[in-house]
Design a protein around this ligand. Structure first.
Ligand code: SF4
Length: 408
């Protein structure tokens, strides 16, 4: 992968961008239909997504990575186009779409085996001990028709204690066997503590964390990111749109969108740019289930235009005004204030999948994976103390009730 920062000129973009945002500049590459991938000659006219080094590994990865939580078997053309635009970091998980995500990647590699070496391939397991991790890694490799993954994550940890010596030794053995190149974890909860803990270990190569314009300016997050970068850990941002389980279709949100449209961006592209402007983040993972979303994100990645001070001020103001609409994943605060065991942070995230991503099907599947006894207790727990301690003043009881109504 190249390490230079090529870019489409601002003039080229704005010639065609209009109200569709930066993505319109790439639309000629797609012909008249989303299903039609650009020819290599056409794609060569468009600069590839820039790359950054992934921590101490020294591996260059594209700053935009393809999140695989969608029906990949029926979206094979999208994978091919992603490669043509340099989106060669693919992220999946053992659990995504019930295994179809990994199977779809396997179908692609079976058809284009020569493309495997171009891809920085990441998968994850929710298992927490070596036997389970081995079982799921073997299944993932088989599904994806490959003999190794480039980065393997223990998925969705909430506490660094999960990454114990047994997992360290397991990772070392898998590396020696050539089944994984790098090891790490993903986290949506208590991210700053998890990152600080990882920086004190000497065997974590990479972390995927919730990181966006809402969280990136918080002092604890700034310190945690720096600690990881100093320790040589590569960082991938996810949940970069900063969407929450609370609906935020306010006049202020529309005003923000209007502001960026006038500049030729969408507000979504502006939120990606805000994250990319921190060079400590190696890559940004985005769910891109359609060619138009892939195109819009690639366009934002290759465009050299920086956000202005004023743009940042508007994003910051929007974040402040919708502060109480976003669950920041600080689950050690609310969940420790509840007498019964309730995964408040997970339920908030599933609501976000349904309400912000429109991914109700997967949100319901995830919700159904919560043990039945825990689901039953969601609407009966006393959340008053948790609400009192929540730094974002979220109406936790109300949101748990809404989650049961919408996702059960
Ligand atoms: S509900 Fe409040 S305390 Fe709990 S994780 Fe979300 S923001 Fe943090």
């Amino acid at each position: 992968m190249k390490n230079d920062k090529n870019g489409i000129s601002r003039r080229t973009f704005f010639k065609t961008a209009g109200t569709a945002g930066l993505g319109a500049a790439l639309s000629p590459m797609l012909g008249n239909t989303d299903a039609q991938a650009a020819s290599p000659a056409q794609a060569a006219d468009v600069a590839s997504v820039p790359t950054r080094t992934f921590g101490r590994s020294g591996i260059n990865v594209p700053i935009l990575s393809l999140g695989g939580m969608f029906d990949i078997p029926s979206n094979q053309t999208l994978l091919k186009q992603a490669i043509r635009w340099g989106v060669t970091y693919w992220d999946t998980a053992h659990t995504y779409t019930g295994g179809r995500s990994e199977e779809g990647i396997g179908q692609y590699f079976s058809r284009y085996p020569e493309h495997r070496q171009k891809i920085f391939l990441v998968t994850k397991s929710t298992q927490r001990e070596p036997k389970g991790l081995s079982r799921e890694l073997e299944t993932s490799l088989k599904r994806m028709q490959t003999d190794h993954v480039d980065l393997f994550f223990v998925h969705a940890i909430r506490n660094i204690k999960v990454m114990d010596n047994a997992i360290r030794d397991w990772a070392k053995a898998q590396k020696a066997a050539g089944k994984i190149r790098l090891m790490g974890f993903s986290t949506h909860a208590n991210m700053d503590d998890c990152l600080q803990g990882a920086a004190r270990l000497d065997w974590i190569d990479g972390i995927m964390l919730t990181y966006n314009f809402r969280l990136m300016h918080e002092a604890r997050m700034i310190a945690a990111v720096k600690a990881c970068v100093d320790a040589g850990i590569g960082l991938t941002a996810m949940k970069t749109q900063g969407g929450g389980g609370v609906k935020t279709d306010s006049a202020r949100e529309l005003e923000l969108a209007g502001r960026f449209i006038q500049k030729g961006f969408t507000d979504k592209q502006a939120k990606l740019k805000a994250v990319w402007e921190n060079p400590q983040i190696s890559s940004l993972c985005s769910q891109m289930p359609t060619m138009s979303i892939l195109m819009a994100n690639v366009a934002a990645a290759v465009d050299r235009t920086s956000l202005t001070e004023n743009d940042h001020r508007h994003l910051h103001r929007y974040a402040s005004e919708t502060f109480s609409c976003y669950c920041a994943g600080c689950t050690q605060i609310c969940e420790n204030a509840i007498s019964a065991k309730v995964p408040v942070g997970d339920v908030m995230r599933y609501l976000m999948y349904a309400r912000c991503y429109g991914d109700t099907h997967d949100a319901r599947d995830y919700f159904a994976s919560i043990p039945a006894a825990v689901r039953r207790r969601l609407t009966h727990v006393d959340y008053r103390e948790a609400e009192a301690r929540c730094p974002r003043n979220l109406p936790i009881a109300q949101l748990m009730n809404e989650a049961v109504e919408e996702l059960a």
